[in-house]
Design a protein around this ligand. Sequence first.
Ligand code: SF4
Ligand code: SF4
Length: 168
Amino acid sequence: MREVLAKITVDSKTRQIRDLSLLQKCFRFKCKRCATFCCRLGGPKLTRKDIERIEEAGYHVKDFLEPSKSEFKGMPIMRGSLKNREDGECIFLKSDAEQNRYECSIYDFRPILCRLYPFDFERIGSDSIVLKFIPCCRGLNNPHGKLVDERFVNKHLLAPLLEAVELF
Ligand code: SF4
Ligand code: SF4
């Protein structure tokens, strides 16, 4: 279940936020690097740009893309997800067993859905997006976390949100 955090209207020319109504104030987030829900439950869907970015990081597409077929206007199109290990972990997840902490080995090149997690979105018009959060994430409402306000959205979420709404 996704819960609603804010409604955002974007200026289509400048690609900047024109209006942001926060439905939950004082909401904080800090990742605990636990990887409990984000990186061990199957790889995320990839966009064409995600694939290009991971190739830029030095990986060959056949080593990381799990292709899936879907149709658009009756024509088959190829999409895909990141490959998993047998236990469902993403192939790019690195663990520090002693500290029980996890990190992403392609962090600077990670897919759009990973950049957004634990936030999610729904497009509700040509220039409007509902920003949601995935409540099972352990970093939500962390008192030491950053306040999720317009500044946070601008800095951390706007660019991946705009890329995602155009591509998914
Ligand atoms: S705190 Fe949330 S986003 Fe961070 S690793 Fe844990 S489940 Fe993933
Ligand atoms: S690419 Fe990185 S952030 Fe995304 S699921 Fe894999 S390990 Fe997690």
